[in-house]
Design a protein around this ligand. Structure first.
Ligand code: GLU
Length: 451
């Protein structure tokens, strides 16, 4: 058995109850085969694959807080500090009822490669809680965030581990957590990113993941002789990534005609208005069903019990598909729908939204496929820029940050493209991104000895 297959078996055995983590490792290992096989003896002796799949540290803790009725609630908090070979652990905090250790290990593992691709010095980590922020009052959110940070603060720091937002954690939550960290530590440092602009946040961080996705997509299309202007697109999700992806796609001359949330989806043939989404999702924090009250020509379809998440969006005919929701929301059936409808490109704006079978189907059918660890890296890249600004105690203009983000996304595309070509897999950006991300981390790990 090859070294890669041997370690994959070991990972499956040791993490049998964590299917998302196994899925993420399987995808990366398939891509790494040619790289590892070219130097198998060294990598085996150094146990590089065993080390890279074992988090450096995993922290789990109790998060007690009091709800508005005076009832004590208890959630489980996590931080997975996956790999610090190239910089302090860096990655978001997910707040969602579905959060468990296996999910955060998958996200932390992905983050290691994603952060490596950004060219910035950031290791990989991820954290969060099974706390569900939906329907909670502001006071309850603050009570949870303060309690969460009351344990987390001892494990993080500007040069140790720098958490940020993710699903369920936005500017409001980062603000409450930052306040509590400062109070407990009595230091004012860039320990979290995605902060408010008045206390160390970076301009363009809010827009960065969505904008970055489009900078990447435009470059990928252009390098394949296709102009994004005039194309139609469908987006899943309607949160932070989706909103700014829709804005940037529209600015680039594309027309986004569908998007979704967990309860249903909207079709707007005239083009989704991102400002309305912002109002519904960021100000009112309510359901996408509201969209048709602003745009009567649009059509809302509620998800029925048993319907797959985002499925409706993938039945719409469009040139470009941008999954910006959560993991595993494009399966083989969705991929077949999209291909039958003539999709040209699929670019992931989330972590692993396309399952392995669907990814392979796209690639086998000539669809340009951008994996999330490359095309969704704009958020964390701009977090890296926020860290730089905090370190030098300066803030850059929106244009300066946006320009740097654009250059980073273009360079990520070319790193993935070049690596794929180098190993004879031209156009396979999944393999290219995994290889380019891995090579930098593995080189650093080997140089740092057994640790
Ligand atoms: N949660 C985002 C991601 O998945 C951002 C992480 C960060 O800014 O540290 O990349």
């Amino acid at each position: 058995m090859s070294y890669v297959d041997e370690v994959l078996e070991l990972v499956k055995e040791k993490n049998a109850s964590e299917p998302l983590f196994i899925q993420a490792v399987t995808e990366v290992f398939e891509s790494l085969k040619p790289v590892i096989e070219a130097n198998e003896e060294l990598y085996r002796k150094e146990a590089i694959l065993e080390r890279i799949t074992e988090p450096e540290r995993q922290i789990m803790f109790r998060v007690p807080w009091v709800d508005d009725k005076g009832q004590v609630q208890v959630n489980r908090g996590f931080r997975v500090q996956f790999n610090s070979a190239i910089g302090p652990y860096k990655g978001g905090l997910r707040l969602d009822a579905s959060v468990n250790l296996g999910m955060l290990k998958f996200l932390g593992f992905e983050q290691v490669f994603k952060n490596s691709l950004t060219t910035l010095p950031m290791g990989g980590g991820k954290g969060g809680s099974d706390f569900n922020p939906k329907g909670k009052s502001d006071r309850e959110i603050m009570a949870f965030c303060q309690s969460f940070m009351t344990e987390l603060y001892r494990h993080i720091g500007a040069d140790t581990d720098v958490p940020a937002g993710d699903l369920g954690t936005g500017g409001r939550e980062i603000g409450y957590m930052f306040g509590q960290y400062k109070r407990l530590r009595n230091v004012y440092e860039g320990v979290l990113t995605g902060k408010g602009l008045t206390f160390g946040g970076s301009l363009a961080r809010t827009e960065a993941t969505g904008y970055g996705l489009l900078y990447f997509t435009k470059e990928m299309l252009a390098c394949n002789g296709i102009d994004i202007a005039g194309k139609t697109a469908v987006v899943s999700g309607s949160g932070n990534v989706a909103i700014y992806a829709i804005q940037k796609a529209t600015q680039m001359g594309a027309k986004v005609i569908a998007c979704s949330d967990r309860n249903g989806w909207v079709l707007d043939e005239e083009g989704i208005d991102y400002k309305i989404l912002k109002e519904i999702k960021e100000v009112k924090r309510t359901s996408l069903a509201e969209y048709v009250n602003y745009r009567p020509n649009a059509k809302y379809t509620a998800k029925e019990a048993g319907d797959k998440m985002d499925h409706g969006v993938w039945t719409v005919k469009a040139d470009i598909a941008l999954p910006c929701g959560r993991e595993n929301t494009i399966d083989l059936e969705d991929a077949k729908n999209l291909v039958a409808n003539g999709v040209i490109a699929v670019a992931e704006g989330a972590n692993m939204p396309t399952n392995l079978e669907a990814t392979k189907y796209f690639q086998a059918n000539g669809v340009l496929f951008a994996p999330g660890k490359a095309s969704n890296a704009g958020g964390v890249a701009t977090s890296g820029l926020e860290m730089s600004q905090n370190s030098e105690r300066l803030s850059w203009t929106f244009e300066e940050v946006d320009e740097k983000l654009k250059n980073i996304m273009i360079s990520i595309f070319h790193a993935a493209d070049d690596a794929a070509k180098k190993y004879g897999m031209e156009g396979n950006y999944v393999a290219g991104a995994n290889i380019a991300g891995f090579e930098k981390v593995a080189t650093a790990m080997l140089a740092q000895g057994v640790c």
